[in-house]
Design a binder for this molecule. Structure first.
Ligand code: SAH
Length: 332
């Protein structure tokens, strides 16, 4: 089901029923994980029949699991035969899942494997929710945090991603706290602004990856449409409106964006902003020419000296191609 709670309440009002029935349906779907409408036992038969007439509950299926250290990669089959992947990570603070938002991706970042297949379509809301539901079922445990950092550009599928957030955040949905939900974007400016008005306080991460337009355009074609100054302006607006700290992701590419001069440019760009930099060790993928930087620590130390908050992303799942930028919409 793709509806968030308000939409489902409206639906019940429209069919002449009480709106609290929406909460009951949410409980069945997301708390009891019941897939058969006939078994929604606190709804009378007449309502169940109407529900069955108005909604086809579609599901996705786990096609394959691969297990690494503290990490599990899931390949899902969608109803139309497409594939996406999601990754479960076990941290010392809990379990998180990285979900995909599209089949393929059109952003064309030169270093990323996920974009090798151009966007086939957006994921429906339920297809994102199901990635989490199926993983929870598979491991018999609740997921504590969610990052929308799998295949796809979430802000190129904005409405469905927002609905997904509303559902997983809802107390009768998956009850995942807003502060435990992070959306990462390559910098779609109008959507960053729109996102700043979302009443749910989720985290935002920006894939910046370069401190100047010349370099960023080379590795991230989206920069031609939204230059660094435009993106940073949108991020400033977002911070002003939400009062939330934004994560700046910076993938460390050997001899491409990892010099001390680039660290200085990055510090100048970010100085005074409520952000922190998350350096991502590069996960090498099919000979695209990019290599893992050997200067992650120097770069980090340089930023620290310039009083920029910085962390290095923990490496997960490289051995099973489940790391950042390695997920694919393919079976093999
Ligand atoms: N499209 C969104 C969501 C993807 S998030 C975005 O661009 O933010 C995945 C993160 O991993 C992004 O920051 C992406 O740039 C980064 N990434 C892509 N390929 C990578 C790779 N091979 N190694 C490490 N990080 C990579």
């Amino acid at each position: 089901m793709n509806l968030n709670i308000n939409e489902l309440e409206d639906y019940f009002i429209n069919i002449g029923e009480k709106k609290y029935k929406a909460l009951q349906v949410f409980e069945w779907l997301y708390i009891h994980k019941e897939r058969d409408i006939d078994l929604f036992s606190n709804l009378k038969k007449e309502i169940r029949d109407t529900l069955k007439k108005d909604f086809v509950l579609d599901f996705i299926k786990i096609k394959k699991r691969e297990v690494g250290k503290n990490v599990k990669k899931y390949l899902f089959t969608l109803n139309d035969g497409n594939y996406v992947e999601a990754v479960l990570m076990v941290h010392n603070y809990g379990i998180s899942v990285c979900v995909s938002s599209q089949v393929g991706c059109n952003m064309g970042c030169k270093f990323c494997e996920s974009g090798r297949l151009k966007k086939v379509r957006n994921l429906e809301t339920y297809e994102m929710v199901e990635q989490i539901l199926l993983i929870e079922e598979d491991i018999g445990q609740k997921i504590q945090s969610v990052v929308v950092m799998g295949i796809g550009e979430p802000f190129d599928n904005y409405d469905n991603v927002v609905n997904f957030i509303k559902i997983i955040n809802h107390a009768k949905g998956l009850a995942i706290g807003a502060r435990h939900i992070t959306v990462s974007t390559c910098g779609i400016v109008p959507k960053i602004i729109e996102f700043s008005n979302l009443p749910i306080q989720v985290n935002l991460a920006l894939s910046l990856h370069a401190p100047n337009d010349e370099l960023r355009t080379k590795i991230m074609p989206i920069n031609k449409m939204y230059s660094i100054s435009k993106v940073m302006e949108a991020i400033k607006t977002y911070i002003e409106k939400t009062n939330r700290r934004v994560t700046i992701e910076y993938v460390m590419l050997n001899m491409v964006n990892d010099s001390l001069d680039e660290a200085k440019q990055l510090a100048n760009l970010l100085r005074g902003m409520n952000v922190y930099v998350n350096l991502i060790p590069y996960n090498e993928t099919n000979n695209n020419g990019f290599k893992k930087s050997s200067r992650v620590n120097e770069f980090k130390e340089a930023l620290l000296k310039m009083e920029i908050n910085v962390t290095v992303r923990k490496e997960f799942g490289d051995s099973i191609s489940a790391a950042c930028g390695q997920l694919r919409s393919k079976e093999v």
